[in-house]
Design a protein around this ligand. Structure first.
Ligand code: AMP
Length: 464
């Protein structure tokens, strides 16, 4: 595969220079955007020129518009094929991301006339079947459920022009590789493929090698260059009780307006949310065992400020775009460095400052080392007077290399750095991902949500 690297160098690009259709430009202006983000400045011209793309970009960089705007531009001219299937297919790893992409397309395409629908796991089949039987321009889908419908002959790809793989690394982590490949194989060979991923290495590179044709490679920033406006802090913890005390202390900070507290398990999220709620904090859980309505309610609560603390598993780490999150707390450390970067990226968005606080016990040394290597940054250790980590019997609490510590109150301990020796590598469990949302069988009875279809404005300038 031949790559061309396009490293962003502050090129002076404006939306006007991108030669987008006036109806799209109008929606951009109404969205309040004045300048394209780096990923938009690079990806949009390449995508408009018809190239395949592999772009490294995380949520928060404006990557959704980077593929939605050129896709909408395509819809401004009629399809050469007269059939009803989607002209643009966006695959996303989670329902939340699918919803956000759908919302973004509706927003940027508000002055256009087109039909968009989403097909995601955990939702009832009949509305989705109806959706697929109608004409559609953009389809946003999670791979497992879409494959289900395809295997029943319900999806028509005869006029598909663009395939977008959004958060491709995450889809692979969640075990969707075969579904993604089968879906891609069913689409026309002449399609344009746009791949967005936090990383472009390893399995993502292999997938790109199989699905993309002479892609332009766009690298916006390396992991360590991102999240400059997020202050990262590390608290060494000695166990569950210590974590609870530390959290209680942190929650007493009035600067903590809105926070996401990440736990390792769904049960952990439920338990902690209940405990916080019982203590009088506006807290709620968000995890993959909740049905779509419950999940929407939780995110809506955070958005509107009714919920101050969202206690979430990694399902919320990607895609979630809620403004004004002041703090991210890793109550349990994430399993992979990529998850860490995604989690902390929920705060410090759109130019705001954010604080990301991690609780790491002796068992987290391996993860911590991997995160620091991945981000090429040490996380400054913070110690709260009176809440210093106590040694846990038989387990190393103090660490081997001295590191900078930031003390609050009257520090009594010098915090040091873990060396991480003897630890297992970070877990990258694929098929058994704890937050895998898709079910290939019937949806759970509790999932009473509806299929999702949106229409652009009906008096817009184009399309029937
Ligand atoms: P995304 O990375 O696609 O999740 O986008 C992150 C946030 O940036 C979203 O809230 C977008 O509305 C916003 N956004 C996208 N493009 C721009 C832009 N050019 N200027 C300002 N904000 C933007």
């Amino acid at each position: 595969m031949r790559f061309r690297y396009l490293i962003f160098q502050g090129i002076n690009v404006t939306f006007e220079k991108l030669a987008l259709h006036p109806a799209i430009l109008q929606a951009i202006v109404e969205s309040g955007y004045t300048t394209p983000t780096p990923i938009q400045a690079q990806a949009i011209p390449q995508a408009l020129a018809g190239h395949d793309l592999m772009a490294s970009a995380q949520t928060g960089t404006g990557k959704t518009a980077a593929f939605v705007l050129p896709s909408l531009q395509r819809l401004s001219t009629p399809s050469a094929v007269s059939s009803r299937g989607p002209r643009v297919l966006v695959l996303t790893p989670t329902r939340e991301l699918a919803n956000q992409v759908t919302d973004a397309a509706a927003k940027y395409g508000r002055h256009m006339r087109f039909r968009i629908g989403s097909i995601v796991g955990g939702m009832p089949y009949p509305p989705q079947m109806r959706l697929l039987s109608q004409p559609l321009d953009i389809l946003v889908a999670t791979p497992g459920r879409l494959l289900d419908h395809m295997e029943r002959g319900r999806v028509d790809y005869s006029r598909l022009e663009v395939l977008v793989l959004d958060e491709a690394d995450r889809m692979l982590d969640m075990g969707f590789i075969h579904a993604v490949e089968k879906i891609a194989a069913a689409t026309p060979k002449g399609r344009q493929t746009l791949l967005f991923s936090a990383t472009l290495e390893g399995n993502v590179a292999k997938l790109a090698g199989r699905l993309l044709k002479n892609p332009k490679r766009i690298q916006i920033a390396t992991a360590q260059e991102r999240h400059e406006n997020i202050e990262q802090r590390l608290h060494h913890v000695g166990g569950g009780e210590h974590k609870r005390e530390l959290l209680a202390h942190l929650l007493s900070d009035s600067a903590m307006d809105k926070a996401i507290v990440f736990t390792a398990t769904k049960r952990g999220a439920d338990r902690l949310a209940k405990a916080l709620h019982a203590q009088g904090h506006p807290a709620t859980a968000l995890h993959g065992d909740m049905n779509q309505n419950q999940r929407n309610r939780a995110v809506h609560g955070l958005r509107t400020g009714h919920v101050r603390l969202l206690v979430a598993t990694d399902v919320a780490a990607r895609g979630l775009d809620v403004s004004g999150i002041t703090h991210v707390i890793n109550y349990d450390m994430p399993k992979s460095p990529e998850d860490y970067v995604h989690r902390i990226g929920r705060t410090g968005r759109a130019g705001a400052k954010g604080i990301a606080i991690s609780f790491a016990g002796p068992e987290d040394r391996g993860q911590l080392r991997d995160i620091e290597r991945y981000t090429r940054q040490g996380i400054p250790v913070h110690v709260i007077a009176g809440l210093e980590p106590k040694a846990v019997s038989g387990k190393p609490q103090a660490q081997d290399r001295p590191r900078r510590a930031e003390h609050h109150g009257h520090p009594r301990h010098e915090a040091r750095r873990h060396n991480g020796s003897g630890n297992k590598p970070a877990h990258r469990g694929f098929a058994k991902h704890p937050e895998r949302e898709e079910t290939r069988g019937r949806p759970a009875a509790r999932d009473r949500g509806r299929g999702h279809i949106r229409r652009g404005r009906t008096d817009g300038p184009w399309l029937g």
